[in-house]
Design a protein around this ligand. Sequence first.
Ligand code: ADP
Ligand code: ZN
Ligand code: ZN
Length: 743
Amino acid sequence: MKNLFADIIIANTNVDRPFTYIIPEKLRDSIIPGCPVLIEFGKIVKKGYVIDIRENTNVDVSKLKSILSIPERELSADENLLSLAIWIKHRYGVSFDKAIATVMPVKLEAAERVSNEISLNIDAECLDKKIEELIKSRKTARARVLEELKTKTSLPQSFINKELKVNSATLKKMEEEGYIVIGSKKRKVNPLLPILRSLGIEDFNDVIKPKEYTLNAEQENAVNTFKYDFEICSRNTYLLHGITGSGKTLVFINMIKYVISKGYKAIVLIPEISLTYQTVLRMAEHFGDRVAIINSKLSKNEKFYQFERIKNDDADVIIGPRSAIFAPVKNLGLIVIDEEHDSAYKNENVPTFNVRDVAQKLSEITNASLVLASATPTPETYNRAMEKKIKLLELKTRAKNTTLPKVSIVDMRDELKRGNRSIFSDKLRTLIEDRLRKHEQIMLFMNRRGYSSFVSCRSCGEAIKCKHCDVTMTLHNNNRLVCHYCGYSIDLPKTCPSCNSKYIANFGTGTQKLEAMTRAEFPNAKVLRMDTDSVSKKNSANDMIRDFANGDADILIGTQMIVKGHDFSNVTLVGIMAADTSLYVSNYTSAQRTFELLTQAAGRAGRAKDGEAVIQTYKPENYAIVAAAAQDYKRYFDNEIAYRSLGGYPPACHMLTVMFSSIKEEELNKCASETVKIIKSEAAFKKSMIIGPTEPSVSKVKDYYRKLVYIKNANYDILLNIQKKIEESLGNYRNVGAIYDFN
Ligand code: ADP
Ligand code: ZN
Ligand code: ZN
């Protein structure tokens, strides 16, 4: 028989190239691309992944070794995921090993013991007869088990052993006789069930069927465009751009239903923070137990079983955060990314991909459609829609018969001039009192991002900026302000450099302080606070949301957490306490984040009744704030894209951020500046804009010093070449490492 060869990437090594091994005859049928294998590598048995299978090789066959075996209890990447890994390797300049590890977030079934779950294996109708028989023949232990299983779908073995006093040997016999099955609970139980049970729902059959809404004209139009394209096998990327409350969810649920009816499956990505019982329940309503859920609370094994369910075609819809994109789905027809603008879609570790780009690639590899849904899409995505590279589906009205909230901007500088030093503007206070009287609910939103890292003036609204760089200076612990672009630093001034006012303050009050002030100002109101501090217990976020939805509190105070996707029908007022905090983050996306947060926060008001929102700010003229108040995405976008083009930021330009780090400060400094010199001297990189090396906001982490370099170029490939060059240069410095972040 002719030889067959496999190209194999060795896991956990620095050698970033495939090695050829012979596929032994006994493994011929089982080895496929993506398959994990054990091989001997440098006299050690190592794990590797098959990336290609070939009939020929130019290596001397007598020198080749054979694959030893295929490890048990491991998932293999399917061919699509393998192609994706290869793309990730090239796109983000990481090793093969890293790329493969990325697309296989769960690969190993951990060896931990899982508690056994006992369930019935006979029809419910014969159950009574069976019990009777058993009692007659004095097998009362067995009868007790069946009796208990009458009302439960399954029971833990430990419960049966301890409470029913039936030993494991008896259970084993019962299984042999065919009454029951002993299975591992985690293998069998859909993770939706525990969530449903926590809501008092025992079974999928008890899930209330969703209200059959008729789609409105805009929704219908969006769904039909999609269906029509799908029908003629035209697989596209769509931006589903709909204002808050326009019913985007119902639109993509209908798209998913259609895709399933054609025999395909769907992946729905949701920001982890929005993966609440509300969203889960909504999916269960529509798709029952054909849903697989992946989230970070699942153990390794639970994840493994979810992936197994997906592999075995036991699910049609996979819902989860970022990593769910790597679910091993056969016959993928549609990927939905809900809230596509969410920063949680960015992978913070290497490779620093945005899942949107990975999903785009995966949809091309698998010939699936991709739907990006948002009320505030990223400028990058909207720009693609404007350039007609992706299709735009728009929902311009709210689904229920309400209008968008009336939004007003309050200039907090005027409040101070009038002598109001409270954090509540007169307008907001009056409206809160009004709502409390009417027993309607209020949400107060406080943006924590960038909180207290910059200093601004409460009289004129100016934040203190570097006189060399026009970026906000950052307050360090030692009361010094530092510019992170050029390193210029000053002592924290006592008065405002622009207007001499003494009301200059480390910006913002935290949510805790806001809570205390709210209680003091409105002593009769019931106040609930929700932020990462108050939500530490596993389900307490869900509990709080439920309590608030049930009307157990008048005012909900919170951070980003409270603005995401919740639909509270009795909320008629939203107060946004310090709208500008996110503007001062020295990053080109600060206006984008501000617009997003304000639009989403304001959008929480008036979901069922007409509502109002008040934006309190020291920067009432900023375009992100003006456009958010007008709920005018297009206006925001036009401003944003002009700013991005001017500054050479994405999408106008590609940007590579390099973070150098080392324990040795001197070596780091030398390496960073020398490397920048090399790039600057290279003719091929001439058109690149290079900023740095500069200090990052945290310049030392765990004894590692860090330096940042930003490189911009309109051509992505040039950035990849620059990255290669940097790697070369790094070869000369033993103690320096680098992390790359594209865009
Ligand atoms: P979005 O995600 O666009 O902010 P949602 O999908 O949360 O909006 O929908 C907002 C509300 O409108 C939900 O309560 C939803 O049940 C309701 N809704 C959606 N579509 C319709 C429709 N066609 N008719 C009536 N109500 C609808
Ligand atoms: Zn500066
Ligand atoms: Zn001032």
